[in-house]
Ligand binder design. Structure first.
Ligand code: ATP
Ligand code: LTN
Length: 329
């Protein structure tokens, strides 16, 4: 019998999950769950690194878990749980803080972007420390592979560096994880600004298509999406807005960008956008039916079972870590 390698990934319950989160992360997890021993987390402790409304945070936490399940994460194959329900994440984060250097965190692009967005109140220490908590999430479970969108690569690199540093200081303890980025899971860009990634904390709802948007909203948002100059449907780096829309079309239809270009020879943006909306709705309709069929109670039960399973692993690992660094256990 060969033991399966472990994967770990998570999403913050901090806004409306969008098609970028699905294509960049969740779609990939679903494919991997058969091949890997998989743990998927709702990272509420990461979400509070920027201000959250408590009632909304609770609602969104359950919503994300429902989205995992509706998208096809199977709780029989994978563990799904809420980060704050396994306190070892915070405990390991503290220990890893002691071997992390301030300049390593200062160079993180996500921190620089988010600190800028929050410039009214100055950025919190939690936001600065975000990548160390993420390293703790990963290292706690002996994770071998971390499937994320491209924007998280720098964070996984820090987890690798911290694992190696700890091992060197205290002896072999952590597996050095590898990042896994699906090539077509490329960065989906904002519909209102193709120079920035589609983001659930974007200022305008016209930036993203939420996984829970209804038909009319999807049509309206795609109609309003910015396009480039010219009228031909061509896939090129000079036309970043169109390239992004073709990428979305391609991901949901299985057609290649070349095939899509051919379909629209002699046609304009109007036709293309209308059919793009149909393709996206074709995915969202069955997904939302599944989402709506899940009750909160059912989901909470799955999350509790998930916590119980992973907690055992987390406790074992923490004991080993504490012994290594000289805590009395
Ligand atoms: P926020 O903007 O609030 O930081 P987000 O939309 O970036 O949120 P995260 O919770 O940070 O979402 O990311 C969840 C997962 O989705 C990560 O694996 C991330 O890489 C992936 N992801 C996020 N945005 C995109 C995108 N635009 N394209 C592809 N993948 C993405
Ligand atoms: N920072 C990640 C979410 C996240 C994560 C993790 C992903 C928190 N902990 C551990 C993979 C592994 C993001 O996608 N924004």
């Amino acid at each position: 019998m060969t033991l399966k390698q472990r994967i770990f990934s998570g999403i913050q319950p901090s806004g409306n999950l969008h098609i970028g989160n699905y294509l960049g992360a969740i779609a990939n997890w679903i494919k991997l769950q058969d091949e890997f021993d998989s743990i998927f987390c709702v990272v509420d402790m990461h979400a509070i690194t920027v201000a959250q409304n408590p009632e909304m945070l609770r609602k969104k936490t359950i919503e994300i878990a429902k989205i995992y399940l509706a998208a096809g994460i199977d709780p029989k194959k994978s563990s799904i749980f809420i980060q704050s329900q396994v306190s070892e994440h915070a405990e390991l984060c503290w220990i890893l803080n002691t071997i992390t250097k301030i300049p390593e965190l200062e160079k993180m692009t996500q921190f620089k972007d988010k600190a800028q967005k929050n410039d009214k109140e100055s950025a919190g220490v939690g936001l600065f420390d975000y990548p160390v908590l993420m390293a703790a999430d990963i290292l706690l479970y002996g994770t071998e592979v971390v499937p994320v969108g491209e924007d998280q690569k720098q964070h996984v690199e820090l987890a690798r560096d911290l694992a190696k540093r700890f091992n060197q200081k205290f002896g072999e303890t952590f597996i050095v994880p590898k990042v896994f980025i699906k090539e077509e899971g490329m960065r989906i860009m904002g519909l209102d600004d193709p120079s920035k990634k589609m983001s659930k904390s974007a200022a305008s709802e016209y930036n993203y298509i939420s996984l829970l948007d209804d038909e009319e909203t999807v049509k309206r948002k795609i109609k309003k999406a910015v396009t480039d100059s010219g009228s031909e449907i061509v896939y090129s780096n000079d036309k970043p807005a169109l390239k992004n829309l073709i990428n979305i079309f391609s991901s949901f239809s299985g057609k290649t960008p070349k095939e899509i270009e051919k379909m629209y020879v002699g046609k304009g943006y109007g036709d293309f956008k209308m059919q793009l909306a149909e393709v996206v709705i074709g995915f969202l309709t069955p997904f939302q039916e599944k989402f709506n069929s899940l009750s909160d109670e059912e989901v909470l039960k799955i999350l509790e079972e998930g916590s119980r399973k992973v907690e055992k692993l987390a406790k074992l690992k923490m004991k080993e870590i504490k012994e290594k660094i000289g805590f009395i256990v």
